[in-house]
Ligand binder design. Structure first.
Ligand SMILES: Nc1ncnc2c1ncn2[C@@H]1O[C@H](COP(=O)(O)OP(=O)(O)OP(=O)(O)O)[C@@H](O)[C@H]1O
Ligand SMILES: [Mg+2]
Length: 254
């Protein structure tokens, strides 16, 4: 076979990882006087690497995340009382294997969503199916759907290994149909031992008020908190720090 024919064959066999690096590997084999087995291993590894990164890309695209957040540049000194140990414990993702939940509750701008997104992204890297939702928007959207559409949404939200409901009750009250979805999600995922991560700046004692229903709030919290890491976020808003820094910059520019 010529190189062109080899390339075409590799594509037919869907071995695009090998196709992408083959020429380099051939030159390398000659330059480094590698054995056939060494070269062949490298070529196979290229295919595995390509497949793995494609799979991660697909999982990330399906997750609904809009940024690849990590904790690498998170400033733990800014709010020294944050639950640092518990945040890293969550980042190990053991809670997903155990079907446990996590509740990140506390003051605005203290990093709850940042940490929830970081663990969601880490979960996509580790091969989990992840679904990230801005909670209030998603519940409001659901309320507008037909019965069939609502059934479909519920089914798709039961599938992933971990469901992130970010900024729950940011808009204070949610519509009764949205509250019912929340209840169904918590109930059904609890039965399937599939994890939910919730972030909110509303303390759980107030959830009944935002759900407009005390019994519903009781059943939701009961299941959510049965196997659950509860992380409390106390401290100053990082948004205000950033806003103050912007202001300071613009006043020195003037
Ligand atoms: N300690 C920190 N170090 C670096 N960046 C931070 C820190 N805390 C928060 N941030 C950044 O500040 C912004 C606000 O944080 P985030 O959205 O996570 O807050 P939150 O606790 O979810 O607030 P809210 O309750 O209003 O939803 C984000 O851009 C986040 O990346
Ligand atoms: Mg948030």
């Amino acid at each position: 076979m010529t190189m062109t024919e080899i390339d075409r064959t590799l594509r037919e066999l869907r071995l695009s990882g090998i196709s992408a690096t083959l020429e380099t590997r051939i030159v390398q084999a000659q330059a480094c006087e590698q054995s056939f087995i060494e070269t062949f291993s490298l070529i196979l590894q290229d295919e595995l690497d390509r497949r793995r990164s494609r799979l991660i890309d697909r999982r990330y695209a399906k997750s609904g995340l809009d940024e690849r957040v990590t904790l690498n540049d998170f400033d733990w000194r800014f709010n020294p009382k944050l639950p640092r140990q518990a945040s890293f414990e969550l980042l190990t993702l053991k809670f997903i294997a155990e079907g446990a939940n996590a509740l990140l509750i506390g003051k605005p701008g203290t990093g709850k969503s940042h940490i929830a997104k970081a663990l969601a992204y880490q979960a996509t890297l580790q091969g989990h199916q992840v679904r990230y939702l801005e909670a209030d928007d998603a519940l409001a959207q659901y309320s507008l759907g037909t019965a069939d559409e609502q059934q479909k949404i519920l089914r798709t939200l039961l599938e992933p290994d971990v469901l992130i409901l970010d900024d729950l009750f940011l808009a204070r009250r949610i519509a009764p149909v949205g509250a019912e979805l929340l209840q169904a999600l918590v109930h059904q995922r609890y039965k399937r031992r599939r994890s939910i991560v919730v972030t909110s700046n509303r303390v759980v004692q107030d959830w009944a008020k935002y759900l407009g229903d005390t019994t519903m709030s009781g059943t939701i919290l009961d299941r959510l908190m049965h196997r659950c890491a509860l992380l409390e976020f106390e401290g100053k808003s990082y948004r205000l720090k950033e806003a103050a820094a912007r202001l300071a910059r613009s006043s020195t520019d003037d």
